[in-house]
Design a protein around this ligand. Structure first.
Ligand code: NAD
Length: 361
């Protein structure tokens, strides 16, 4: 029986509409091959929504996302809206979407495509074969803990305060997402904390160890964050799935991503306990190349593959898209951002055409 999915499309600003158009074509191409049917509905977010409605996340958009099976977001932002008050900025729309869908888990893969190894700043033998997934807690920890603020002490000196706090339930739910993610990969999970110094990290470690009992098939290890940061650069191949809190995850996910060296290739997923997840490239709206058919659509296309694997539980369709990306790179096609000597430079649309050719062959 054909499986139907409602997908909310949020093209946003800058190169967003260009890369999302390619992605929709890719999804339409693979749908019949896996007996899937996608019903797409487009909604406004970011600067495009501000221009149309005066606000970066209209209620209508949030409702459309809530009633969908998954959300494919491109990118938001641009010079035009940079001087607006904070509540009217494109970024506020993005934060509102994450909060509105209660997305507490952020999945950031760092996968090295063998064809792009030279884009990394690290040595070939260190990064060849790297395939890491960082699962970051997104709605708790020091970014949200109370008390926070800048307070005046009795002596008149100012004191800045943030609080790193996690409840057991917050740790348990992110740990479960991480174990489930590890199960879809190589069944290896490394939890990163600072339990040698921080009480909040000790609780994190205790709870992750407890939850591990429900996942006997997943091999769990623990690392302190300072060591994890070193190991990621020294020997990244030792990692499969990593899980960590908001602050450590913010830093480590960018560090892991940069092992790959190319921002136009990085997808991400944000998931909640239930309901639609949001799947989007890591890069921004690239206003400097918008409307010029120069954007690399692959991070967006790979975000659609993440949607299939982690949002819709269609791993075979996801693998097919990932393999097509790999094959197009193998054939020597490159957008400007990943161009190297001897390769053939193509634009956004032509990269899409190459993907379709592979998928339909
Ligand atoms: P950016 O990621 O948009 O661009 C950084 C550089 O990378 C630019 O030179 C750009 O041309 C290039 N680049 C990015 N994506 C590319 C792609 N797919 N193909 C080819 N080249 C690509 O970051 P920025 O310039 O710091 O920010 C631009 C706007 O995007 C800002 O308004 C910022 O707030 C917004 N932004 C949005 C998101 C998001 O939507 N999640 C994330 C980051 C930045």
């Amino acid at each position: 029986m054909t499986q139907q999915y409602k997908i909310a499309l949020l093209p946003g600003d800058g190169i967003g509409p260009e890369i999302l158009a390619v992605t929709v074509e890719v999804l339409n191409a693979i749908a019949p091959q896996f007996d899937l049917q996608f019903k797409f509905s487009e909604a406004l977010i970011g600067g495009a929504a501000i221009d149309e409605t005066g606000e970066p996340l209209p209620q209508e958009t949030l409702d459309a996302c809530r009633s969908s099976d998954a959300v494919l977001l491109a990118a938001i932002g641009g010079y035009k809206w940079d001087t607006l008050p904070r509540h009217q900025r494109p970024e506020t729309g993005l934060l509102g979407l994450r909060a509105g869908l209660e997305l507490f888990a952020n999945l950031r893969p760092a996968t090295i495509f063998p064809q792009l190894i030279d884009a990394s700043t690290l040595k070939r033998e260190v990064i060849e074969g790297v395939d890491i997934m960082v699962v970051r807690e997104l709605t708790g920890g020091i970014y949200f803990g109370e008390p926070k603020g800048i307070f005046e002490t009795e002596t008149g000196e100012k004191r800045g305060v943030n609080t790193m706090a996690y409840r057991e339930s917050e740790i348990d739910r992110i740990a479960k997402v991480a174990f489930e993610t590890a199960r879809k990969r190589k069944n290896k999970l490394c939890s990163v904390d600072k339990a040698n110094v921080l009480d909040v990290s000790q609780l994190w470690r205790d709870r992750v160890t407890q939850i591990a009992k429900e996942y006997a098939d997943v091999e769990l290890s623990h690392l302190y964050v300072d060591n994890a940061a070193m190991q990621l650069i020294r020997a990244p191949k030792q990692f499969d799935t990593m899980v960590t809190g908001n602050l450590f995850g913010d830093i480590l996910s960018d560090e892991a991503a940069m092992l790959t060296g190319s921002i136009g290739m990085l997808p991400s997923a944000s998931l909640g306990a239930s309901g639609a997840g949001v799947f989007e490239p890591v890069h921004g709206s690239a206003p400097d190349i918008a409307g010029q058919d120069k954007a690399n659509p692959l991070a967006q296309v790979l975000s659609a593959a993440m949607m299939l694997r982690y949002g819709l539980n269609q791993p075979q369709a996801a693998s097919k898209i990932e393999a097509a990306v790999s094959q197009v790179l193998e054939s020597g096609y490159r957008t400007g951002d990943i161009m190297s000597q001897g390769m053939q430079q193509v634009g956004c649309r032509q990269m899409g055409d190459m993907l379709l050719k592979v998928l339909e062959s």
